[in-house]
Design a protein around this ligand. Structure first.
Ligand code: PFF
Ligand code: NA
Length: 502
């Protein structure tokens, strides 16, 4: 299981191809769909600050470590980690990086594809002119109707999985290069144009300060865990995706600049998306914390109210779809590459991986409609109806206004709410099927994978072998990076974990 498998999936032409592919993996729904709503739910500026710190202190150093492992192993993450643990005499536990990554890949692909399906729906909706001079009420209704149509969502999810499988089955190199080289820059240009639009809206300064000013009260440990998790999600980190791509990177390219470029591009796209979306949120009286629908409820208002908006909007959602597509391909790559190494053949491996992800995706489809009430880890809060509004304004609610809080391992929250006695209001907080998959992968598996990667490269590989593989020219930068990987990144991940559990 070694020499003959090395490099069997091919090696990319040059450093640029790697940058393009890694950017294609990194830039996706995480930047345009997820980052804005996470920031909105976690207090805006405080979240953004913690997210940026996580990217710098954990994300970029761990990304270098992960790519380094991939390039050294030149196999699927599972077999790369098998070989590396043997070579460095490290505990077998580190092989968990590869396995956990393949499982996380299934999970992520399953819901990623469903959301990409929403984007696909919006390409059609924009093109049909459905949003011309749309208000917040209209975009809210349209989004709600889409979510309430599981058949439609399943169809879109199916199309997206087929699109993804078609590229994976032919090998990642084909098809990907052009889409990233041309369409990714175009997506960025579109975002900058939209930013121009947002700047003309009355809510621009409010949107800006929502993202970049913070109240210390919002620096909570929940938000910190989310920020760390999201920095992994957005950089495609800790689950082997970027390791699998590293395996196709030419041996002589330096890791430092390459990875930094990917990290900076990804961050720029996310911040720009936030700066486009929040001014619209405030200009049109939407709620920043409205969750996964945020992107789909805000931008159509902008498109509906600008000249040529139907065309611009169609193109925009098409580009987001393509960005999601190039990311989805990389999500499946660790599992598929492993199956190919087992001798299953690329087509069969793709069908198996995508097939299971499709099936699991049906759970996410349902969790936005019929199953939306079915949740686990539910905290139920009952308060007097007169004080309910205060309760909604979080801090304003004192313990006295809350009549009772109850914890349920599982509950149908719609039933809990319907069962509220006269004069009382029931509020619940729990996790749907989608929330569970998202939490498991983003907040647990990916940071844990990153922790193991940092410890492995920082402590189980010799300085010499790391230096030889990294090819960072400046000794100062190399030492700085190694210090981060040995101390800063693992300690940061560890403490954030502990904080989150407490
Ligand atoms: N980084 C991608 C995004 O921001 O949309 C999502 C992603 C890709 C996550 C690849 C995980 C992965 F392995
Ligand atoms: Na991203």
């Amino acid at each position: 299981m070694s020499a003959d498998k090395r490099g069997m999936h091919g090696i990319w032409g040059n450093r640029w191809t790697f940058i393009l592919a890694a950017t294609g993996s990194a830039v996706g729904l995480g930047n345009i769909w997820k980052f804005p709503y996470m920031a909105g739910e976690n207090g805006g500026g405080a979240f953004v600050l913690m997210y940026l710190l996580c990217i710098l202190s954990v994300g970029i150093p761990v990304m270098m470590a992960e790519v380094l492992l991939g390039r050294k192993g030149r196999m699927s993450p599972i077999n790369t980690m098998r070989e590396m643990t043997n070579k460095e005499n490290a505990p077998h536990a580190f092989r968990g990086i590869g396995w956990m990554g393949a499982v996380a890949g299934f999970f992520i692909l399953s819901f990623y594809s469903v959301i990409a399906g929403w984007t696909l729906a919006y390409v059609g909706k924009m093109a049909s002119g459905e949003f011309s001079s749309a208000t917040a009420a209209v975009t809210g209704d349209v989004f709600g109707q889409l979510l309430g149509d599981p058949w439609m969502l399943t169809g879109l999810h199916t199309i997206f999985i087929l699109m993804t499988g078609a590229v994976i089955a032919r090998g990642v190199k084909h098809g990907l290069e052009n889409s990233v080289r041309i369409l990714m820059p175009l997506l960025f240009v579109m975002l900058v144009l939209l930013l121009g639009y947002s700047m003309t809206t009355p809510g621009f300064s409010q949107g800006w300060s929502f993202l970049f000013n913070f109240q210390t009260a919002a620096l909570t440990s929940d938000a910190l865990v989310s920020a760390l998790g999201h920095s992994f999600f957005t950089l495609s980190l800790g689950m082997g995706a970027i390791m699998a791509y590293g395996a196709y990177m030419p041996a002589n390219a330096s890791l430092g600049k390459t990875i930094l470029a990917v990290g900076v591009l990804d961050t720029l796209v996310a911040l720009t998306a936030g700066l486009v979306i929040f001014p619209i949120v405030f200009s049109y009286g939407l709620e920043p914390d409205s969750g996964p629908g945020l992107l789909f409820q805000t931008l159509p208002i902008a498109f509906g109210n600008m000249p040529g908006g139907a065309m611009i909007g169609t193109l925009f959602f098409l580009l987001v779809l393509i960005a999601a597509w190039s990311s989805a391909i990389s999500i499946a790559e660790p599992a598929v590459a492993w199956a190919v190494e087992r001798g299953w053949g690329r087509l069969r491996s793709t069908i198996i991986v995508c097939g299971f992800a499709w099936l699991l995706g049906l759970g996410t489809v349902m969790s936005f409609s019929d199953w939306s009430g079915k949740q686990i880890f539910v905290t139920e809060t009952v308060s007097h109806a007169v004080n309910a509004e205060l309760v909604a304004e979080e801090e304003a609610a004192t313990e006295a206004e809350v009549v009772s809080t109850k914890f349920h391992w599982y509950a149908d929250v719609n039933e809990l709410k319907a069962a509220a006695a006269e004069g009382f209001v029931v509020k619940t907080e729990g996790k749907t099927f989608f929330n569970v998959l998202d939490f498991l992968t983003t907040n647990l598996m990916m940071p844990l994978g990153g922790l193991l990667i940092a410890i492995f490269v920082g402590w189980f590989m010799t300085r010499e072998s790391v230096a030889a593989e990294a090819r960072v020219k400046s000794p100062v930068l190399f030492n700085l990076w190694r210090f981060m990987v040995r101390y800063i990144s693992p300690v940061a991940i560890f403490f954030i974990f502990i904080e989150g559990l407490a």
